[in-house]
Design a protein around this ligand. Structure first.
Ligand SMILES: C[S@@+](CC[C@H](N)C(=O)[O-])C[C@H]1O[C@@H](n2cnc3c(N)ncnc32)[C@H](O)[C@@H]1O
Length: 193
């Protein structure tokens, strides 16, 4: 993380406090472990990727690692519904390649159009999709599929496999992975069109 990204203690307090207020939207009481972050980002071709989108950046645990690894000319669009996290990220990650948008992942297509951004090479999702109502789950996965460039991938991490059927209906290939070194242990899905 950059030096001015805020202390981990501050991040933990902000994240846990928001979990107590919005448990259903956060899905976890603490941010992802470095083991999970590394495994989520493992499929990314950093030389090729020019537009990455992240759903649900929270306090920026994955975001900071994407910024560290991505090409100097690449851009990262982070879409987050929680206003506290949006303000925190804008203050603590002042990287000109990062756009933090206060909106829902369901609006990904509209946000890309509004910002005149092209289709995404990778969309990385930490939102608790599996707990969402079926219609919202299907809407977000369908809009994600449309927002991806040819050859693009949807990288999903979750604490259950409930999202698998909708991923398999929308994507030609879904590979499954597992990371036990996280609280709670996480399921990963690498989806290609
Ligand atoms: C489990 S936390 C993940 C936080 C962080 N990415 C990490 O790995 O530590 C889920 C995040 O998704 C956000 N979120 C929930 N529903 C969302 C939606 N529909 N669109 C965008 N963000 C959403 C929550 O506010 C929260 O920040």
């Amino acid at each position: 993380m950059p030096e001015n990204s805020g202390s981990s203690l501050k991040q933990l307090a902000l994240f846990a406090g928001n979990f107590l207020r919005h448990p259903y939207m956060l899905g976890s009481i603490i941010p992802s472990s470095r083991f999970l972050v590394d495994q989520v980002l493992e499929p990314v071709d950093w030389e090729r990727a020019r537009l990455l989108v992240e759903y649900g950046p929270g306090v920026g645990t994955v975001t900071a690692q994407i910024l560290k690894r991505m090409h100097p000319q690449a851009r990262l669009l982070a879409i987050e519904t929680n206003g506290d996290f949006v303000r925190y990220l804008r203050r603590c990650l002042p990287d000109p390649r990062l756009h933090v948008v206060h909106d829902s992942a369901a609006q990904v297509g509209a946000v890309l159009t509004r910002l005149s951004l092209p289709a995404a090479d990778y969309i990385i999702s930490g939102i608790p999709l599996g707990s969402f109502p079926d219609a919202l789950k299907a809407e977000i996965v369908g809009k994600t599929r449309q927002a991806l460039a040819p050859g693009g991938s949807f990288l999903v991490y979750q604490f259950t496999a409930r999202v698998l059927p909708v991923l398999e209906r929308s994507f030609g290939s879904v590979q499954r992975r597992f990371e036990r070194r996280n609280i709670p242990p996480a399921q990963l899905f690498v989806c290609a069109a």
